[in-house]
Design a protein. Structure first.
Length: 132
């Protein structure tokens, strides 16, 4: 009787150990997946922001040149654009929470939530397939 219990206990302990290791590996993989998702969202946002920055710079040069052509003064043309940029900088400085930080945080949270929903949907599908 003792031998049977000992053999059973070793098997149970081995199964529990394997389960815990598998669960730890799954958690680690899910964490890596979430980190990669956030990194992908941030990288794509950075690339889009960089491209938008180039577009804005060239538009501002164009506007400065246009105002210079209208006023026949380089100082007035490019100074007006510099004042426009300074005004936008101050606006963003004072409204950065609502204009920059909150929308970016919402996008990151949305990306993580979508990833979690996909994992749950995938897990539910596997349970349905495994049960049949």
């Amino acid at each position: 009787m003792d031998k049977d219990f000992s053999i059973w206990w070793k098997a149970v302990r081995e199964d529990v150990t394997n389960y815990l290791q598998a669960k730890a590996n799954l958690t680690k993989i899910q964490a890596y997946e979430k980190v990669s998702k956030v990194t992908g969202v941030m990288a794509s946002f950075l690339i889009l922001a960089l491209l938008a920055g180039f577009v804005i710079v060239f538009l501002l040069i164009m506007i400065g040149s246009w105002i210079t052509a209208l006023t026949h003064s380089n100082v007035i043309g490019y100074s007006s654009v510099a004042l426009l940029i300074l005004g936008l900088f101050l606006l963003l400085l004072f409204k950065r929470k609502s204009v920059l930080e909150k929308p970016i945080a919402e996008k990151v949270i949305e990306a993580l939530y979508e990833e979690e929903q996909e994992l749950r949907h995938h897990s539910a599908n596997e349970k349905e397939d495994g049960g049949q």
